[in-house]
Write a protein that binds this ligand. Structure first.
Ligand code: HEM
Ligand SMILES: *[C@@H]1O[C@H](CO)[C@@H](O)[C@H](O)[C@H]1NC(C)=O
Ligand SMILES: *[C@@H]1O[C@H](CO)[C@@H](O)[C@H](O)[C@H]1NC(C)=O
Ligand SMILES: *[C@@H]1O[C@H](CO)[C@@H](O)[C@H](O)[C@H]1NC(C)=O
Length: 265
């Protein structure tokens, strides 16, 4: 009896990814009335209940609480993220946003994504297996190095620019795209090395779920760290694939200036 119990407990432990989340933060896929958007990070926070599971009407405190609890992101960073997110709510003077608002094209959502097709071709809120496979083709090894992450980002932009007749890109898009690569390296990777396990990254993108064994970091994620990582990504973007905007983006200070500058975003 006891032995059978222990064996089944062991079997359960083997098949269930070990995750140090309390039950209210267990992963659940979205239900039919829940909304999600193009950001795998925000979708993941909602799927784990750090953000409202319905994905709707997220205010500044809710976002800040979720980012702090799940990622140990400092409030300053959460505030800047919120200032970005709120621009996607079409209602004047809105104080909340929904994950579906974030899908509106060419506000924050952009062409040349790592996992989404361009709006010209169809739905942009869900992972597109063909696009994601193209991104993964730049990651031949179990560990993705910062240089490879930088190259994949730029290569997707170049590919979209060549094929999509409606391809759009701005300084703000460039910044946000670099920051998206920076945040996945920080959230799921080795923050000193700037590398990440391919398996963990694929799991995150494909399931919109924190990878097995992943835990909230003890070392707070700061705005400065995010901007530093962004600078490293820009620096690692090779000449032949370099962005025309690199000159204006090559230091953490420049990223911060552009990002915090407000209106042009
Ligand atoms: C309020 C906070 C955030 C906002 C408003 C936001 C918004 C967005 C948007 C609009 C996109 C789509 C860009 C595109 O068209 O590809 C995006 C992409 C992305 N976001 Fe977020 N995001 C936030 C936080 C996060 C966090 C915390 C993470 C990681 C844990 C994250 C990871 C990513 C990644 C990896 C992408 C790239 C997806 C791709 O290129 O396919 N984001 N985000
Ligand atoms: C939004 O706020 C501005 C400035 O406070 C105000 O003039 C305007 O009437 C508000 N609009 C709506 C729809 O509430
Ligand atoms: C897209 O291609 C055009 C034409 O070659 C080029 O001028 C532009 O800089 C490219 N945009 C990006 C973001 O690479
Ligand atoms: C990027 O390269 C510049 C020029 O070599 C250097 O001054 C800067 O420190 C680098 N930035 C980062 C974040 O590594």
């Amino acid at each position: 009896m006891m032995k059978a119990f222990l064996l089944s407990a062991l079997a359960a432990a083997v098949v269930t990814p070990s995750q140090a989340f309390p039950s209210e933060n267990e992963w659940k896929p979205p239900g039919p009335d829940d909304v999600r958007g193009p950001c795998p990070g925000l979708n993941t926070l909602a799927n784990h209940g750090f953000l409202p599971r319905d994905g709707r009407d997220i205010d500044a405190d809710t976002l800040s609480g979720a980012l702090m609890e799940a990622l140990n992101a400092e409030p300053e960073l959460a505030g800047i993220f919120f200032a970005q997110a709120i621009t996607t709510n079409p209602k004047p003077n809105a104080t909340t946003f929904s994950l579906s608002d974030v899908t509106r094209h060419n506000i924050l959502e952009h062409d040349g994504s790592l996992s989404r097709q361009d709006a010209h071709y169809g739905r942009i809120d869900i992972l597109n297996p063909t696009v994601f496979a193209e991104t993964l083709s730049y990651f031949p090894d179990p560990v993705i190095e910062l240089k490879q992450a930088a190259h994949a980002r730029r290569a997707r932009i170049v590919a979209s620019n060549r094929t999509n007749p409606e391809f759009a890109w701005s300084d703000a898009t460039e910044r946000n795209s670099v920051l998206e690569t920076a945040i996945y390296l920080i959230a799921f990777g080795d923050r000193e090395a700037g590398s990440v396990s391919k398996k963990a990254l694929v799991y995150f993108f494909e399931h919109e779920r924190f990878p097995p064994g992943w835990e909230t970091t003890n070392k707070a994620i700061t705005l400065d760290e995010l901007l530093q990582m962004a600078g490293r990504i820009v620096n690692a973007t090779t000449t032949e694939s370099a962005s025309p905007l690199d000159d204006g983006f090559a230091t953490a200070g420049n990223v911060a200036h552009g990002w915090l500058g407000g209106n042009e975003l």
